[in-house]
Design a protein around this ligand. Structure first.
Ligand code: ZN
Length: 701
């Protein structure tokens, strides 16, 4: 065994031996080795073939990414000073290495030689796809441009990066610049006590001692949202709404106005797209995505809008009636919508999260989850043991089941009991753990030359959540939302673990288009809304009774509450984003707000006031990497709902034939094949929006 446990690649990570002191020497050595390898592959007389170039490059980089993956993982789940220091100490060097790799034109040249060679048509589908993806990514970063155009392209990228950062800074500064000081306690009516308390503390922090009592509200979410949702004072809601809706716009200080930045970003994105040979930025954005064309996405969004709009109109009519009759609001203003909705939700569909939680004990939930996975995909999940980073962590193995689904038919029984993959489960929140829930890979599945036994390196995943731990002798219990999160992350985990990929670059979730990555995760969420599954998966911690049907019906109604409104709102953002980056000329006569008004006439049912400046705070698309990609949220939801509908059509959420097809055509294929081909192979047709509508309670009369 290697003295530095981070440099041991023979098996599972040695969490019982790895220390933060190992990081600097191990990662430095691996970086040096990787650099030397790149140097050797690009300067010597190395033939640009799969075996002499692409395979050794993948092997060499994998060692670095595996070791760095362990360091990053430990930084996320055990963020104590020495791990934070170890991680941050090496982060710049690791980032620099990957950035250089993406700009190395000699690597690009070698991939192009393979692409043009007689070897290429002989390569497996997976290897051809890796070569194609590499070339695509180099091209999109400008590697193919004629020398005289490269400096301009580079300058555009730099200016865009600067503009994106400035956009975010302006928005944050404008958000911080506003405060609403309330000095009349009566204006706090309706607000939860903790919100009032926080507002009081914020005011005290600013004020001189002895200043009369006041409360400070800001545009940050923990202050803004409760006001819009709970404050009885219409004046307070209206003031906060207006401030929020006009951030970083022409009404405030000109140095914080994002309007000129937006125009410049749109201009530069268009120019960069045209340098690359495309008409507009939307076309560039779609190149590495699952969606095939702007026209296809527009048709998809408009189809969904036409079908969802009647339900949004129904939602808003219901809300208007309720607001008039129960709240005395004759006209429903935009700053009343959140407030009235909260009151309506409480009046019609209220239930206690705490009551629900008593039915979802940890062991019952895990047994239910594993049963779903085992039944659908013909595998067995068993407890396993391995060194772990914390005593809370559990470890499991997935094996082939006799007659299971995960092997091609002819082979399956011969492989019963064979190891498929393993995963760590770290369920509880800790002070030293990053927030949220996520799946990460420890080891990816691939064929390894000269590897012992069958030559396949088995995949290993980390599933991390932040649920509450058991208190006293009572088992841990989860909210339904937490259960849904666990199913979601398990879906990502299965994408990684049940892959049959043998090439690193397209195995598991590697190489999967980002608008398709959420398909397996959202697909799995459907099972925690299935009544049959819930009956098996729930038992009251005191009485042992399963979840009552009446409670489930309320949960379902609350889940689908105002789904029409929510859908058209997301469609408004998606359509606006896509049209802005395809059918809009920054130098033309039509303004951005004109375009937004057109989109709203088409899809929206709530039209904000004329002074509302949505674009000025739309950081997803101007500062967050979602430019001409905001539609991905809806796209992935539609795909996962449509996949689950295949099981409903078969009359059984566990239909074995459909389960095998989902495994064969989507889950196990990973990035080997374009995601739209995977979908078509599974569904036998193009994606349709109907299942999403039905699952959200939008069923045409
Ligand atoms: Zn996800």
């Amino acid at each position: 065994m290697n003295a530095n446990a981070l440099l041991d690649f023979t098996g599972l990570p040695r969490f019982n031996a790895i220390t933060s002191a190992d990081v600097q020497p191990a990662i430095s050595e691996l970086l040096a080795q990787a650099r030397a390898l790149v140097e050797q592959l690009t300067t010597g007389n190395v033939a640009a073939t799969w075996n002499d170039f692409a395979a050794p490059l993948a092997d060499g980089i994998e060692r670095l990414s595996r070791a760095w993956g362990i360091v990053a993982h430990l930084h996320s789940v055990n963020d104590i000073p020495e791990w934070r220091e170890a991680y941050n100490g090496m982060l710049p060097a690791v980032s620099r290495f990957y950035a250089e790799l993406g700009q190395n034109l000699k690597l690009f040249a070698s991939y192009k030689v393979i692409r043009e060679s007689t070897e290429y048509p002989q390569l497996s589908l997976a290897r051809r796809r890796i070569v194609d993806n590499e070339i695509r990514d180099f091209r999109l970063s400008g590697a193919e441009l004629p020398e005289e155009k490269k400096p301009r392209f580079q300058a555009i990228q730099e200016e865009l990066a600067h503009l994106a950062a400035k956009f975010s800074e302006n928005l944050l500064d404008a958000t911080n610049a506003f405060a609403e000081i309330v000095s009349d306690e009566a204006e706090l009516a309706g607000l939860p006590d903790d919100v009032k308390q926080a507002a009081r503390e914020a005011a005290l922090k600013d004020a001189e001692a002895g200043v009369p009592a006041s409360w400070k509200f800001t545009l940050h979410m923990p202050s803004y949202l409760p006001v819009m949702q709970y404050a009885d004072s219409r004046r307070l809601r209206a003031a906060m709404y207006r401030a929020y809706a006009t951030r970083a716009a022409e009404f405030g200080p000109s140095e914080l106005d994002n309007t000129p930045l937006i125009l410049r970003i749109l201009e530069l994105r268009r120019e960069a797209a045209q340098l690359l040979g495309y008409n507009n930025h939307a076309e560039v954005s779609l190149v590495p995505k699952m969606a095939e064309s702007v026209a296809q996405v527009l048709a998809f969004l408009r189809d969904l809008a036409i079908k969802a709009k009647p339900f949004a109109e129904r939602d808003i009519a219901e809300l208007r009636d309720f607001a008039r009759q129960e709240l005395g609001l004759e006209t429903l203003e935009p700053w009343d919508v959140g407030y009235a909705s909260e009151k309506l939700l409480q009046a019609r569909y209220a239930f206690s999260e705490q009551d629900v939680k008593q039915y979802f004990g940890e062991e019952k939930v895990l047994a239910g989850l594993f049963h779903v996975v085992e039944t659908l995909f013909g595998v067995r999940i068993k407890p396993d043991s391995a060194p772990v980073w914390h005593e809370d962590v559990r470890f499991f193995r997935i094996e082939e089941q006799v007659g299971g689904n995960s092997m091609p038919n002819a082979e399956k029984d011969a492989h019963a009991g064979e190891l498929i993959g393993q995963f760590y489960l770290d369920l509880y929140a800790r002070e030293t753990k990053r927030g949220g829930a996520w799946m990460d890979e420890a080891i990816a599945r691939r064929r390894v030359a000269g590897h012992a036994s069958v030559g396949i390196q088995k995949p290993v995943a980390y599933l991390n959540c932040n649920f509450s731990r058991p208190v006293g002798s009572r088992p841990a219990t989860f909210t339904h939302n937490e259960v849904s999160t666990l199913f979601h992350e398990t879906g990502h985990g299965l994408h990684h673990l049940l892959t049959r990929g043998e090439e690193l670059g397209v195995s598991g979730i590697h190489g999967v288009e980002w608008d398709a990555v959420e398909l397996p995760s959202q697909f799995m969420e459907n099972y925690c809304w299935d009544w049959g599954v819930l009956q098996q998966m729930t038992a009251h911690v005191d009485t042992g009774a399963p979840l009552p049907r009446a409670l489930f019906d309320k949960m379902l109604a609350a889940k689908n509450f105002q789904s029409g409104l929510q859908n058209v709102r997301q469609l408004e953002f998606s359509l606006f984003d896509l049209l802005l980056h395809s059918d809009f000329d920054p130098a033309g006569n039509r303004s951005i707000l004109d375009l937004l008004a057109e989109v709203r006439r088409e899809v929206a049912v709530i039209v904000p006031p004329e002074w509302h400046r949505l674009p000025n705070s739309f950081s997803h698309i101007f500062a967050g990497g979602y430019g001409a990609g905001y539609f991905s949220y809806k796209w992935a939801e539609v795909l996962s709902a449509d996949c689950f509908a295949a099981f409903e059509e078969a009359g059984d959420p566990f239909d074995p034939v459909t389960g095998k097809r989902f495994l064969d055509e989507i889950l196990s294929v990973g990035g080997t094949r374009p995601a739209l081909d995977n979908f078509r192979a599974f569904r036998g047709r193009e994606p349709q929006v109907d299942a999403l509508l039905r699952h959200s309670g939008m069923i045409p009369a």
